[in-house]
Design a protein. Structure first.
Length: 362
């Protein structure tokens, strides 16, 4: 079987060292760079996991607890947060993998599962963000018509379809990812072996196209038409400016964050596709790609941790619900403490009344 020509062990979505590529004479990474990545990546992955997991758990709790959670926008937000949580749960395994000198100790099932969670997140995140953008477009440009078409049940059905499609994209990972031993490197790695090089080329193009380019064409179209509609109806803009700003800036912030986090990674992925298709790159280009790829992938992972902060700092409505959730939690805790104190006071009072009676009887 032929290996994936991406030839890098520093990222969880690429394959093994391939010594038979056309650029085998080019030293992709020096030993010092290799060791540097093995030191820095586990720390970055751990930080992303801690911030992202806590933030997204809070988002899910607030949106489920909120009395107004049954909305189309909140449905997509909850699913986006759940997608991030699933992916973030795999980061500790990759962090340990790198810290153990690229030795996978968690077994074949976890190797396939962790790789699959990464792939699900790449597709599910952008699909849910695209649905949020389309929903905003229909709600603003066609408000009357969309009232009969926009419903929570429909949003749930769309979300279910997205989860199914994202799960199907993991099939190549589940089939081809496995544990392999490399005696020359003295490691047992969790890697992908593709039966033919065209598998890697096709899947990379699918990731670029379905996981980035096409969704962003839809997103850009939606927001450009929203802008044209608002400029063409200034009276509507003046009357509902506060509501529109509240509705739009959250989604725009999430979209921009996704773009800036994932765009560098998709550029490097496309450069790898061009190399697979026969384009010859200078040695310095290959070195730059292989040095930057792990960190650009890490930048993409950070998007899962950034989203909750965007909800807090950009979305006024979410901040209100967060404080409401926090206030109710404090109230419940205070009521519980007050109840316990009252019970304790009653028992103490009963005890005081009982003790004097016993003394008098003596």
């Amino acid at each position: 079987m032929e290996t994936d020509s991406t030839c890098n062990l520093t990222t969880p979505n690429v394959s093994t060292l391939d010594h038979n590529t056309t650029s085998s004479s080019c030293d992709y990474m020096s030993l010092s760079t290799f060791r540097y990545q093995k030191t820095v990546l586990p720390a970055l992955y751990s930080l992303i996991f801690l911030l992202g997991f806590l933030g997204n758990v809070l988002v899910v709790c607030v949106l489920f607890h909120s009395s107004g959670r049954r909305t189309v926008a909140n449905t997509y937000l909850v699913n986006l947060a759940m997608s991030d949580l699933l992916f973030l749960s795999s980061l500790p395994f990759w962090a340990v993998y790198y810290s153990l000198d690229y030795n996978w100790v968690f077994g074949t099932v976890m190797c396939k599962l962790c790789g699959g969670l990464l792939t699900i997140n790449v597709y599910a995140s952008i699909f849910f963000i695209t649905c949020m953008s389309v929903d905003r477009y229909h709600a603003i440009v066609y408000p009357l018509h969309s009232q009969s078409r926009r419903s929570v049940n429909r949003a749930r059905c769309v979300s279910a379809v997205i989860w199914v499609v994202a799960a199907l994209t993991t099939l190549p990972t589940v089939v081809f990812r496995d544990i392999h031993t490399f005696p020359e490197n003295n490691i047992t790695a969790c890697v992908i072996y593709y039966p033919r090089p065209l598998w890697h080329t096709g899947l990379s193009l699918a990731k670029n196209t379905l996981g980035f380019c096409l969704p962003f064409v839809v997103i850009a179209t939606c927001y450009s038409r929203i802008a044209v509609h608002l400029l063409a109806t200034p009276n509507h803009l003046e009357q509902d400016s506060a509501r529109l700003v509240h509705v739009l800036r959250m989604v725009v912030a999430v979209v921009l964050a996704f773009f800036f986090c994932w765009f560098p990674f998709h550029v490097l992925t496309f450069l790898g596709v061009l190399r697979d298709l026969g384009m010859n790159w200078d040695c310095w280009v290959l070195q730059a790609v292989h040095k930057l790829l792990p960190f650009f992938l890490c930048l993409g992972f950070s998007n899962s941790a950034i989203n909750p902060f965007l909800y807090c700092f950009v979305g006024n409505h979410f901040r209100e619900k967060l404080w409401q959730f926090y206030g109710e939690a404090l109230t419940q805790k205070r009521d519980s403490i007050s109840t316990r104190l009252s019970s304790f006071s009653r028992k103490l009072s009963d005890l005081k009344e009982t003790v004097p009676m016993e003394i008098m009887e003596q």
